[in-house]
Design a protein around this ligand. Structure first.
Ligand code: 6PG
Length: 233
């Protein structure tokens, strides 16, 4: 697992976007197609905006969701709108059908869209150590299917990729920024708490942090150079 620490959230977003763009270009060069799944929340917006400005073979790239809140179209809770910034490039975007009256059927339909292995999965980390839509204590984390439905979490049931799909991907990028994330990043990376994010494979996974989110890692208060400090664990 590589850990990259950058001075600020924008640099972390830019570095994460550049890393994803590289992985997608490589995937298309090697296999003629690329696939990436993005998480939601508030952190990805800067990264997705940066990614929209980079050289990516979008015509050969399929974009998936890692998870989506079960809420009406256009609801501010929905993650789907985060992907709108990519639409001018016309990638194939596969949204989770969370407005379906039959979520079980919608779950199965989404599972059928997934490739055998995603090239890249982007993940965030919640303050409580969740990632994707694997809330602490929710049995969804042990679901062995490819797509599952979580219990209610912060007022919404969610559709989510599962641990086998996330860990079956060729590469994972975890992006976390801000001082509020420092305790959970410390807990995850140093103490292996029984946190949902602990279930993410550390092989072929890069963790992209800003200095605030990394502040409680062993190096204390890193003062990383302009681009970022790379450490491996
Ligand atoms: C979601 C996300 C979730 C997110 C974390 C971090 O739908 O809420 O997929 O897993 O990545 O909660 O969210 P922030 O980026 O808002 O801190």
């Amino acid at each position: 697992m590589d850990i990259v620490v950058t001075p600020d959230p924008q640099t972390a977003a830019d570095e994460a976007a550049a890393w994803i763009a590289r992985q997608l270009r490589l995937a298309v060069r090697r296999r003629g197609a690329a696939s990436v799944a993005f998480s939601g929340g508030s952190t990805p917006a800067l990264m997705l905006a940066a990614l929209a400005g980079l050289a990516v073979p979008w015509e050969a790239t399929t974009v998936f969701q890692v998870d989506e809140r079960v809420a009406p179209d256009g609801d501010p809770d929905r993650n789907a709108s985060l992907l709108d910034v990519l639409r001018p490039h016309r990638p194939s975007i596969k949204l989770m059908s969370v407005t379906s009256a039959d979520l079980g059927a919608a779950r199965r339909r989404y599972a059928a869209l997934l490739p055998d292995r995603l090239d890249v999965v982007h993940l965030g980390v919640g303050d409580d150590g969740h990632t994707a839509s694997w809330p602490p204590g929710d049995p969804v984390i042990d679901d062995r299917r490819t797509v599952a439905i979580s219990g209610e979490y912060k007022g919404r049931v969610r559709m989510t990729l599962t641990v086998p799909v996330v860990n079956g991907a060729r590469h994972r990028l975890v992006l976390a920024t801000g001082a509020a994330k420092a305790p959970v990043i410390e807990g995850w990376l140093l103490h292996n708490h029984d946190l949902p994010v602990d279930r993410v494979s550390r092989t072929n996974t890069i963790v992209m942090l800003d200095a605030d989110a990394a502040a409680r890692l062993p190096s204390g208060h890193p003062v990383p150079p302009a681009s970022g400090t790379r450490r491996s664990r």
